[in-house]
Design a binder for this molecule. Structure first.
Ligand SMILES: [Ca+2]
Ligand SMILES: [Ca+2]
Length: 362
């Protein structure tokens, strides 16, 4: 991500000719350069301020530290295939009661089984979630923790007690020095913490659409409307909940382009995972991909999204459309932490033939 915008500026794949700007989708002569802002190391005061006020924390020297937690992970002989398989089997057995309902949408951290209820703590691209399966009905609630919060892999046996959720963890931040190919590394700023919150604050779902208010606020859905884009499909089921999808030539191009990366999967029924993009292009905003749910924001929404989440939410930059002189060939640049390049799209007989070409790797 750090190099992504830099690359999108310096890599000019095609010669600049005169193009018509239509709906902000096509490359014009005057391109607005997106400047990369240098990464800032956050201080403790800012980190504590970012902790939501419904979550209390206390220090306890008996809680395993961030380093101890990581050392355990490192010692786990992950390169030994037998050991790796054994651990995977243990993980699958331990969390089967959760993955039966949520499949592989989450990385599971803790599970607590009661008579009619199963509780869980899990993680995905947005952060940490509280899971609850009551009388066979599953629900996932986004915890709304700041991204400066790390939750330990080992939790107490009963992390839910009455209406309280209690979790061991620490406050962390991204180290000042990081770069590809290793990605951001975390360091601890306040260790051995016990986080405690009231589950009513977490469960609050004002519009009753199965996304709790904390999640809707994070991704800029409307917590008071179960159908944010007013297209008749609830936010929870909508493949593109922020924008009404449409079926048109260039919208279909962008839909197909998103599906290329998911051709061997089908994440479309995964309610809690999304591919995120920024784009001012109307056609792009109105996509309806078939393999994955999307969140597409206009560029000016960048400021409204929590900056510490962007690393995980927006993995790929997808550019505007460049027309070739033959009138049927089009190019779209892309970039991501893992590399970049361009899509080549040919429109013939009402259909798009699309290829993804990588031109540079980091
Ligand atoms: Ca809701
Ligand atoms: Ca909708």
């Amino acid at each position: 991500m750090k190099l992504l915008y830099l690359f999108s500026i310096i890599i000019t794949l095609f010669s600049c000719k005169e193009y018509i700007t239509e709906k902000n989708c096509f490359k014009g002569q005057k391109e607005k350069n997106t400047r990369h802002r240098e990464f800032e190391v956050d201080n403790l005061e800012k980190i504590i301020k970012a902790n939501p006020n419904y979550i209390k924390f206390t220090m306890d020297q008996n809680i395993i530290s961030f380093e101890e937690n990581n050392a355990e992970e490192r010692n786990s002989a992950l390169y030994d295939e037998t050991e790796w398989k054994k651990r995977l089997e243990e993980y699958n057995n331990q969390f089967a009661a959760l993955s039966n309902y949520f499949n592989d949408q989450f990385l599971y951290i803790a599970i607590q089984k009661e008579r009619n209820t199963i509780f869980g703590v899990a993680q995905n691209q947005f952060g940490y979630w509280f899971l609850e399966i009551k009388n066979n009905i599953p629900a996932a609630y986004y915890l709304g923790l700041s991204n400066y919060t790390f939750i330990n892999k080992k939790q107490r046996k009963n992390f839910v007690n009455e209406d309280k959720l209690m979790l061991y963890g620490s406050f962390v931040r991204i180290k000042g020095s990081w770069g590809y190919p290793f990605g951001p590394q975390m360091e601890v700023v306040k260790d051995r913490l016990n986080f405690e919150c009231n589950l009513d604050s977490i469960r609050k779902d004002s519009d009753k659409d199965h996304f709790n208010d904390l999640f809707e606020k994070l991704v800029l859905l409307d917590p008071n409307s179960s159908d944010t884009d007013n297209d008749g499909i609830s936010d929870f089921k909508d493949i593109n909940p922020l924008n009404k999808a449409e079926n048109s030539k260039f919208t279909n191009l962008y839909s197909q382009l998103i599906d290329i990366d998911y051709k061997n999967y089908d994440f479309s029924k995964n309610n809690y995972s999304f591919a995120g993009y920024f784009s001012d292009c109307d056609y792009f905003q109105k996509v309806g991909p078939s393999k994955v749910k999307v969140l597409i924001y206009p560029e000016n929404e960048r400021v409204n999204l929590k900056s510490d989440y962007k690393l995980n939410m927006f993995q790929e930059y997808v550019g505007k459309i460049k027309k070739d002189t033959d009138g049927k060939t089009f190019y779209i640049n892309f970039g991501s932490g893992a590399g970049g390049g361009y899509y080549k799209a040919i429109y013939e007989n009402g259909k798009w033939a699309l290829t993804k070409n990588s031109t540079y790797n980091i």
